[in-house]
Design a binder for this molecule. Structure first.
Ligand SMILES: C[S@@+](CC[C@H](N)C(=O)[O-])C[C@H]1O[C@@H](n2cnc3c(N)ncnc32)[C@H](O)[C@@H]1O
Length: 234
């Protein structure tokens, strides 16, 4: 691990989107945790994402934006006691919840840091679930994760976006409303639709994975709203 200064959370000017997001996820950590674990179907998406990384005993896997740690037990079980799981997030409140969750997993380490500049030198795999939409430049961030794991390393992204499944498109207005209500305030007040921004960022992140990986596997879940994409870095 190398030093990684977090974006400042003080100062006189308007708070940055990063500062707003950290306060938002810290304030709502307990509620977010319930949603992250109890939403119908989310457990099978998390299982699929962990499986898609093709982890072996002894591997090191980093979860970027781990939130309250809903994925961490899945990862810890797959790398075993000789492996290492790093859960990285910039919001202290969610890390407090995650710490409780992984109390019985000595091989899971939680780090408060910025996922766009992770203080990690080496890993076998990187997972990021429901996070790509929070990066201003998802293409660059995902590319930097590909550099981090290097050739043969694995990446997996899971993200939400409007569904393109014809049967379920009628639910897109409901999805838009949910995104508007649940997005951190900084993203709600910005110009344009937060859902359109989410879609654009998902596409950019997943295209970056496609361009850096081979053996890419992509699936959709939850009526097409959840997209899982995983591959091996070239
Ligand atoms: C929607 S939550 C997803 C949490 C978790 N991955 C899950 O599947 O439940 C997004 C998380 O990403 C974190 N996050 C967003 N941008 C980040 C960044 N640049 N660095 C670190 N964490 C970030 C937030 O603090 C929040 O915990």
């Amino acid at each position: 691990m190398s030093p990684n200064p977090l974006p400042s959370t003080d100062g006189a000017s308007a708070p940055s989107p990063s500062t707003v997001a950290q306060s938002f996820y810290t304030r709502w950590a307990t509620l977010y945790d319930a949603i992250a674990r109890r939403t119908p179907g989310v457990g099978s998406v998390r299982t699929e994402a962990a499986d898609a990384l093709g982890l072996s005993s002894g591997d090191t896997v980093v979860e970027m934006g781990c939130g309250t740690g809903a994925n961490l037990p899945y990862l810890a079980d797959r790398v075993g006691p000789d492996g290492t799981v790093v859960g990285l997030d910039f919001s202290p409140g969610v890390l407090d919840v995650a710490r409780e969750r992984v109390r019985d997993y000595p091989n899971v380490h939680l780090v408060r840091a910025d996922a766009t500049q992770p203080p990690v030198d080496d890993a076998d795999a990187v997972l990021a679930t429901f996070v790509s939409g929070m990066f201003a430049d998802p293409d660059a961030v995902v590319s930097s994760w590909a550099d981090l794991v290097g050739p043969g390393g694995r990446l997996c992204l899971v993200d939400l976006a409007r569904t393109t499944a014809p049967t379920w498109r009628a639910l897109n207005p409901l999805f838009r409303a949910l995104v508007r209500v649940t997005a951190p305030p900084g993203t709600r007040t910005m110009h344009g639709s937060p859902t359109a921004m989410l879609d654009e960022r998902l596409v950019a992140a997943h295209q970056a994975l496609e361009s850096r990986c081979y053996d890419v596997n992509a699936t959709t879940h939850a009526f097409g709203f959840a997209r899982v994409r995983a591959g091996i870095v070239e």
